[in-house]
Write a protein of this length. Structure first.
Length: 278
């Protein structure tokens, strides 16, 4: 099996609709041992999901805004396994006023929160796992490609762009230790997190029209989860610092398909006839 005997730390599991839940599910099917993280009131949701995944699956406390939780996480994993082979970073949050077209008015306090939770946490998690990745390994973060500016995404888009840069710098510093670091850039998915993004439905509707392989935000979780498991496995040993797209090919196409026949009718010319220069 793809992940036989691998020890994986998986963050971001809340409900079975969470993308991280799908990754955990596939990882177990492929032979991995997993530990989840959760914190605060939401931890009860993670614990409920852990029982559905596999009886006895442990949930460790991790609030990424609490610096003391990272060394505690390292020690808990050391006592449980003695090593870690892979980490899934599935952590992101932005206050409401950092999204939805409010870019020019968002206060620093909200930007700071979004950056710390969504971006800086990847570095902190990597540093926490690093001492236990004695045989090398793989760190994968869930991303949304932000090489361009998107409507509605605002400061979360900035945080994701910074996350992509963080992946490259971590790949630089952890590569000599045999640790690969990659971002998995998925298309829009129907998750609880997506419901909190104003205008998400509009983005979702247009995605499938532009993606050459098509896209369905309700049924594409499985493809993304399987790709994450491939990145966590040993099958991509020389891939690091990369943004791997699982978006139906949307990122490669500049615009949705156009109806050239409509242009011909509007211009009144025949197909293949250049427009008049005079």
């Amino acid at each position: 099996m793809l992940l036989q005997g691998k020890k994986l730390l998986i963050t971001g599991v809340l409900t079975p609709q969470s993308l991280a839940y799908g990754v955990a599910e596939h990882a177990l099917e492929q032979g991995a041992d997993i530990v989840l993280t959760g914190f605060g009131r939401a931890r009860s949701l993670t614990e409920r999901s852990a029982k559905r995944l596999k009886a006895g699956t442990e949930v460790l406390e991790l609030d990424v805004t609490n610096p003391a939780h990272f060394p505690a996480l390292t020690e808990a994993l050391r006592q449980r396994w003695g090593r870690v082979d892979g980490v899934l970073h599935s952590i992101a949050y932005a206050p409401e006023d950092a999204l939805g077209g409010n870019f020019l008015n968002t206060p620093w306090e909200s930007v700071q929160t979004a950056f710390r939770v969504s971006t800086f946490s990847l570095k902190e998690l990597a540093v926490a796992a690093m001492p236990l990745m004695t045989q090398g390994g793989s760190i994968v973060t869930l991303d949304f490609d932000n090489r361009v500016a998107w409507p509605i995404y605002d400061w979360m888009g900035v945080c994701k762009a910074a996350l992509e840069a963080t992946v490259r710098y971590l790949a630089r510093d952890l590569g000599p230790k045999g640790i690969r670091v990659n971002a998995l850039a998925a298309g829009p998915l129907a998750t609880i997190a997506a419901k909190g993004i104003p205008g998400f439905k509009s983005l979702e509707k247009g995605w499938g029209a532009q993606a050459p392989l098509g896209w369905d935000a309700r049924t594409s979780h499985d493809m993304v989860a399987r790709t994450a498991c491939a990145l966590l496995s040993d099958w991509l040993p020389s891939t690091t610092g990369e943004m791997v797209h699982v978006d139906g090919g949307y990122h490669a196409i500049g615009a949705p398909p156009v109806d050239t026949r409509a242009d011909e009718k509007e211009g009144g010319g025949e197909s293949g006839t250049p427009p008049s220069a005079g």
